[in-house]
Ligand binder design. Structure first.
Ligand SMILES: [Zn+2]
Length: 74
């Protein structure tokens, strides 16, 4: 598998995902990602992307300002 943007080599690596929803910051740590060795672009498999979406939704309902969730513990 190669990078969508530059065709560089993708390496499996855990990264932190951060998003902001209605003034609520949600950080998901240790997300299994594919990182381009050439341009640094981070991508996720469909499975990980779907799970991230669930984690973000659940966190948004549980907290009002900042949520820090560990991917592997969620
Ligand atoms: Zn790239």
């Amino acid at each position: 598998m190669s990078c969508f943007f530059c065709k560089g080599e993708l390496k499996e690596q855990t990264t932190n995902f951060m998003t902001e929803l209605d003034n609520c910051f949600i950080i998901v740590k240790n997300v299994p990602s594919l990182v381009c060795a050439q341009c640094g672009e981070v991508s996720y498999t469909d499975e990980v992307a779907a799970r991230l979406e669930c984690i973000v939704k659940a966190a948004r309902q549980a907290v009002s300002e900042v949520a820090i969730v560990n991917y592997s513990a969620a």
